[in-house]
Ligand binder design. Structure first.
Ligand code: NAD
Length: 245
């Protein structure tokens, strides 16, 4: 199947690498015009250039209100509207409760919760005017089951679920759908930072006995972004090889 996003305009945050980059690539393969946003403008531009397909790369810190407003307005202007937003930007600052500092908690909550909310608010304004749109938020299985060492990240990712459902209820009658994806362990720079023992121990708990690939998350996001999921809103899709089911 191809062309599921033909003629659509999409914005993916945190897309210079990892899952976001795979989402951007998949969207372009399916005909979308894509804006890639990431903290560093040069990395975003390099990622866009590597994908081709007319992708734009833009520097944006998703925690900064004005930068997000400018990002959404710029994407809508460059690609004549905004049909799809993927809130993918994310960080981890793992530590046990005894060692986690307040700034580690705040940084993670700011990027995931405030960042997702700012882009959701700005994009939904454009989408409700057009009476169509799909927003996909990256949560995590840690937001469902909780991970030790991730009180900050698990709280933020659970918060994204509540935000997704509240926004889905507000926006459904405007033709805008809002859904979340909960990846399990996916092979990206974020998880490559884990110790080999922690990675292997996590992998051993996965019923499918392997980590997922970024493309496997991108395909789930594609489903939620496209008309294949035209009657799906407020849903949380687990893509975890069965882990945490
Ligand atoms: P990654 O670290 O490889 O990529 C994240 C990207 O987000 C980076 O390019 C980074 O520069 C960008 N970013 C960070 N802070 C930002 C900010 N303030 N503004 C804009 N961009 C920012 O991570 P990944 O593994 O590709 O994860 C992507 C998303 O999927 C994240 O939300 C993550 O929490 C979620 N997730 C990942 C996994 C996994 O196993 N990899 C599992 C569950 C959920």
């Amino acid at each position: 199947m191809s062309g599921l996003l033909e003629g659509r305009s999409a914005l993916v945050t945190g897309a210079a690498q990892g899952i976001g980059l795979a989402i951007a690539r998949t969207f372009i393969e399916h005909g979308a015009s894509v804006t890639i946003a990431d903290l560093d403008a040069d990395r975003a531009a390099a990622a866009a250039a590597s994908l081709g397909g007319g992708a734009r790369g833009v520097g944006c810190d998703v925690t900064a209100e004005q930068q997000v407003a400018d990002l959404v307005a710029g994407a809508a202007q460059a690609h004549r509207g905004l049909d799809v937003l993927v809130n993918n930007a994310g960080i981890t600052r793992d530590a046990s409760l005894r060692k986690m500092r307040l700034e580690d908690f705040r940084a993670v909550v700011d990027v995931h919760l405030q960042g997702t909310w700012l882009a959701l608010r700005a994009a939904s304004e454009v989408m409700r005017e057009a009476k169509r749109g799909s927003i996909v938020n990256l949560s995590s299985m840690s937001g469902k089951v909780g991970n030790p060492g991730q009180t900050n990240y698990s709280a933020a990712k659970a918060g994204i679920v509540g935000m997704t459902k509240a926004a889905a209820k507000e926006l459904a009658h405007h033709g805008v759908r809002v859904n979340a994806v909960q990846p399990g362990l996916i092979r990206t720079p974020m998880t490559e930072a884990m110790s080999a023992e922690a990675y292997a121990a996590t992998e051993a708990t996965i019923p499918m006995r392997r980590a997922g690939e970024p493309e496997e998350i991108a395909n789930a996001v594609l489903f939620l972004a496209s008309d294949l999921s035209s009657y799906v809103t407020g849903a949380v899709l687990e893509v975890s090889g069965g882990r945490g089911m």
